[in-house]
Design a protein around this ligand. Structure first.
Ligand code: CAA
Length: 388
């Protein structure tokens, strides 16, 4: 069965995209999710199919070879992928949101022209490298340095937990051009070619969830980057990082809702089939209330994510709103996964049932792209600005 909620209005084009991605995700991606989780292998087949279907450039403007469907289009793809396989949704997110967005929003016309068409076609894959061993929540404390030498920048330092880090051809890297200035003018964003000398990839991380998503540390040793590859202005990289994360967090919410929908579908199916005390367990209110609460959260989370995505597509700044989407949808997604396991009882704890994978996959959404504690800090700061 396919549970759905139609509270959101989509344009004809968005509906066509939704239909196409849903068909692809359900027919081709969902059957690979268990294998991807078990082996931890990067879902190359799914990514290559997305390339053939033109999905890797959905949010990229048409003038740069993309579909021009903006944040809403991006959310549609990530929601449907999240419903099928979270590892695949993550690979897509690091490419189509975290790598393409900084170029779309902040790149020079020349940089856009050089890279966006190839990223949109999937000829090259992208990643985003902000986090460091000593700069997680305190992203401005990054220690990777960028020193100008003639017409090039020379980068030294390291990054951790980089999604798509070993499979990407280009990586958006943040480095300090002036440590004293930090977030206020001392950080610059660069588009780095992964084939450059001095670009090194560390050992792949073994994770609790999203196990097929590629997560690695990166090392930069006298890595030369041409000055044309600065994204935005020198010293304004922190704003590039934060603006990119505003858009990423909104999409993350849609992905959580896709996975939550899958939890609801699995919970409903199991509850209808499982007999106890002489009747299907779905007849018990205790089970119905869990299903109802899941539906409430999915309905609300989807409305929220798409509402904020539309605001972004109108060019509005959504720093507070996307932090709200991120906290709400990640916590709702986690709760839905927990309910789905609970409805399955002991069966839900067994490795061969998909609900345990959804539960493990959901956990990271409260951590990455900024912990929920940092999101609440952002929300509180914005509140205080708006109601001084
Ligand atoms: N948009 C534009 N500009 C912004 C902004 C935004 N959303 N947020 C802040 N800025 C600007 C501020 O206006 C300020 O500019 P001025 O110097 O001109 O005043 C500057 O950036 C510094 O801002 P703050 O003073 O607010 O900076 P801070 O050091 O207090 O940090 C923070 C703020 C919110 C804690 C930030 O560090 C943060 O978001 N931390 C979490 C990091 C994070 O999300 N990491 C995730 C890594 S990516 C990932 O997980 C991807 C993956 O691979 C899965």
């Amino acid at each position: 069965m396919a549970a759905d909620f139609s509270g959101i209005e989509f344009s004809d084009e968005e509906n066509m995209l939704r239909q196409m991605v849903r068909e692809f995700a359900q027919k081709e991606v969902a059957p690979t999710a268990e294998h991807t989780d078990r082996t931890g292998e990067f879902p190359w087949h799914n990514v290559n199919r997305m390339k053939e279907l033109g999905l890797l450039g959905v949010p990229v403007p048409q003038e740069y070879g993309g579909a021009g469907l903006g944040r809403v289009g991006y959310c549609i793809v990530v929601e449907e992928l999240g419903r099928a396989c979270n590892s695949t949704a993550n690979a897509f997110g690091a490419h189509a949101s975290l790598c393409e967005s900084p170029l779309v929003y902040y790149g020079s016309p020349e940089l856009k022209q050089r890279y966006l068409p190839r990223l949109a076609k999937g000829e090259i894959l992208g990643a985003f490298a902000l986090t460091e061993p000593n700069a997680g929540s305190d992203a401005a404390a990054l220690q990777t340095t960028a020193v100008k030498e003639g017409r090039e920048w020379v980068l030294n330092g390291s990054k951790v937990f980089i999604t798509n880090g070993s499979v990407a051809d280009v990586v958006v890297v943040f480095a300090a051009n002036d440590k004293k200035l930090g977030a206020h003018g001392g950080i610059t964003a660069f588009l780095v070619d992964a084939k450059s000398d001095g670009f090194k990839v560390g050992k792949k991380d073994d994770k609790m969830g999203i196990r097929g998503s590629d997560t690695v540390p990166l090392f930069f040793e006298n890595l030369h980057v041409p000055e044309e590859n600065v994204i935005g202005n020198v010293g304004e990289g922190f704003k590039v990082a934060m603006g990119t994360l505003d858009s990423g967090r909104c999409g993350l919410g849609a992905g959580c809702m896709g996975a939550a929908m899958r939890c609801l579908e699995l919970g409903l199916d199991y509850a209808k089939g499982r007999q106890q005390f002489g009747q299907p367990i779905v007849a018990f209110e205790a089970i119905q209330f869990m299903l109802a609460e899941m539906a409430e959260m999915i309905y609300t989370g989807r409305l929220l994510a798409y509402h904020v995505a539309r605001k972004m597509d109108k060019g509005e700044r959504v720093t507070m709103e996307s932090a709200i989407v991120k906290t709400y949808c990640s916590e709702a997604g986690m709760k839905c996964a927990d309910f789905a396991v609970q409805i399955h009882g002991g069966t839900g704890f067994m490795a061969e049932y998909p609900v345990q994978r959804l539960f493990r996959d959901a956990r990271v959404t409260k951590i990455y792209e900024g912990t929920n504690e940092i999101q609440r800090l952002i929300i509180a700061r914005e509140l205080l600005k708006r109601f001084p």
